[in-house]
Write a protein that binds this ligand. Structure first.
Ligand code: C2E
Ligand code: SIN
Ligand code: SIN
Ligand code: FE
Length: 509
């Protein structure tokens, strides 16, 4: 990755009309010197721009002018003016008090004996020393040219680092979009790139076309397009020949940004694969500097995309693990997938109703699917007994809670699922099992699952009981509110029931 453009920029970077000349400040108390210097620099140009010469006849006037003009490229400063050291004092003021480190400074003096010591040159970042005895046009030309080049380079570096800073500011926004979906990620990347082009590039971008295609198994898909390309639609033909570009990029990996004319391809690489391609056209062209910043940004985005993909893969694996475990539990019990799904949905909407965040509610819903995973440790003759359990059998049945918790406790991320498995048969008044926990000591997700588990068991058939009418089950929950069930959870359930949300789930799955 090329961080700093190698070729110099053709056009001057300072596009703003207020910067269309190089500002040079001459500080000298000798009007003759000023006149000669001005004459020598009459037709001076650097990178096709002329000079804007500002004159100060004393160091105090210079201070005033420097405060007015914050964009002076080069200052040529006489040492001996009001005092023997007024020039040096002025330089000290510029560098240390105004904290201007960008303007280039050339020191001139008629008294070689008073020429600045080496330490002054070093400490105040002085570019050169110009003896008035040798004030030829040639000498002046060479020195001024060098100083302007120095200014130009420093200016570009500053601009470059500002561009990088902007990239860093954009990153969290993209991160947020990427957490939601890849398509949101690409859309957000596109709009961030647009912002970068407009702010970072030439102030007068006339036209801009941006397009992002994702590439999976060598098949490209247009994700989004903007500006001049906005008429391209997803899944259309590939009028931009993205695949040729892709191939070219694959063959010449190190030359990551490919520009032909003002067509630019910036790839998003994961390992050695191009996973997406940004295609960008602008009028006028973006400078290499601007493209280099985009490359840095896009490279960051590629690693972000990679981490999202890993994260999603991880999520999928986790989901699959939950489903597999729930399946195993079902295999032994008479549970159906429908019951498990209903449990997850009741749990989720109650959590939402109680003010928990969407992601927490979803996580609790998922975790609820495993509430009875411990039933895989219960013998079939007890689990499937058509009639009422004996006390001894019930003692064994109750152990499904601790068995479930011990299975889930072995997996780091299953904290909530473990709580639910362990405590979904605890009662608000402390009369439940396995620990006889009381009130708030029972984790909230367990209190929610404890209620919906009973509700769903009552309204459905079990090998030991017939289904109850829904209204009777609702009355049962009301009856047990405050002793078996957490009153707040019961109330949330009732509100949802009144609004029809519970009935929708009963009939829906
Ligand atoms: P499950 O069948 O899913 O029932 C979950 C909870 O719903 C029960 O927890 C209980 O609180 C409630 N519930 C279910 N049916 C009824 C009912 O007819 N009346 C009332 N008042 N509540 C009911 P519990 O009692 O701790 O039982 C846990 C699990 O033990 C049950 O899960 C079921 O698998 C098993 N089980 C409980 N009683 C019997 C039974 O008499 N025979 C058999 N074969 N299994 C039973
Ligand atoms: C079922 O509804 O059959 C299983 C739920 C439970 O036993 O808690
Ligand atoms: C989840 O993170 O999706 C479930 C929460 C848990 O069981 O820890
Ligand atoms: Fe249970």
């Amino acid at each position: 990755m090329r961080l700093v453009p190698q070729k110099s920029i053709e056009k001057d970077p300072i596009e703003d009309s207020t910067y269309s000349r190089w500002k040079v400040l001459l500080v000298d108390d000798d009007p003759d010197i000023i006149a000669v210097t001005q004459l020598s620099l009459r037709s001076f140009e650097y990178k096709s721009l002329k000079l804007d010469i500002i004159i100060a006849n004393s160091s105090s006037q210079a201070r005033y002018l420097i405060e007015q003009h914050t964009d002076i490229a080069v200052m040529i400063i006489d040492i001996v003016m009001e005092t023997d050291t007024s020039g040096l004092d002025l330089i000290e003021y510029i560098r240390n008090e105004l904290n201007n480190k960008v303007s280039r400074i050339i020191v001139s003096t008629g008294q070689p004996g008073l020429a600045p010591e080496r330490y002054v040159i070093d400490n105040y970042d002085i570019d050169n020393y110009l003896p008035k005895t040798n004030l030829t046009s040639q000498n002046l030309y060479v020195q001024l040219r060098l100083a302007l080049k120095g200014y130009h380079d420093i200016y570009r570096l500053e601009r470059y680092s500002k561009g990088l800073q902007r990239v860093l500011v954009q990153t969290p926004k993209l991160y947020h979009a990427g957490r939601q979906s890849e398509s949101k990620f690409f859309k957000s990347l596109l709009s961030q790139l647009k912002v970068l082009c407009r702010i970072n590039g030439h102030s007068g971008v006339l036209s801009l076309g941006l397009l992002i295609a994702s590439i999976t198994d060598n098949v490209g898909k247009i994700e989004c397009a903007e500006g001049d390309f906005s008429y391209f639609r997803i899944d259309k033909d590939d009028p931009l020949n993205l695949f040729k570009a892709h191939e070219a990029l694959r063959l010449g990996k190190h030359q990551s940004t490919k520009h032909t004319g003002h067509k630019n391809f910036i790839p998003l690489m994961i390992d050695d694969n191009v996973v997406a391609l940004v295609y960008l056209e602008s009028e006028p062209d973006l400078s290499e500097h601007d493209l280099a910043i985009m490359e840095v940004f896009v490279t960051q985005c590629a690693s972000m995309l990679e981490s999202f993909r890993l994260h999603n893969q991880h999520e999928d694996d986790y989901q699959q693990l939950i489903n597999t475990m729930a399946d195993i539990a079902e295999f032994k019990d008479r549970d159906t997938a429908a019951h498990i799904n209903r449990m997850a949905r009741y749990t989720e909407i109650i959590a939402l109703e109680m003010g928990l965040s969407e992601s927490t509610a979803r996580a609790w819903g998922q975790a609820s699917r495993l509430h009875d995973v411990g039933k895989m440790g219960i013998p079939d003759n007890i689990l499937q007994k058509p009639g009422k359990l004996s006390d001894q059998e019930f003692d064994i049945m109750r152990t499904h809670t601790v068995i479930g918790a011990s299975i889930l406790g072995k997996i780091d991320r299953m904290g909530v699922a473990k709580d639910i498995a362990l405590s979904h048969h605890e009662h608000w008044d402390g009369s439940g099992y396995p620990e006889g926990k009381l009130g708030d000591d029972i984790p909230l997700p367990s209190r929610i699952v404890g209620l919906v588990d009973v509700f769903d068991a009552l309204i459905n058939e079990r090998c030991y009981k017939n289904p109850w009418p829904v209204e009777e089950a609702v009355d049962y929950l009301k009856l047990k509110k405050g002793n078996q069930f957490d009153p707040t959870v019961t109330e949330a359930f009732m509100r949802l029931y009144e609004r029809g949300a519970i009935t929708q789930i009963i009939g829906g799955v």
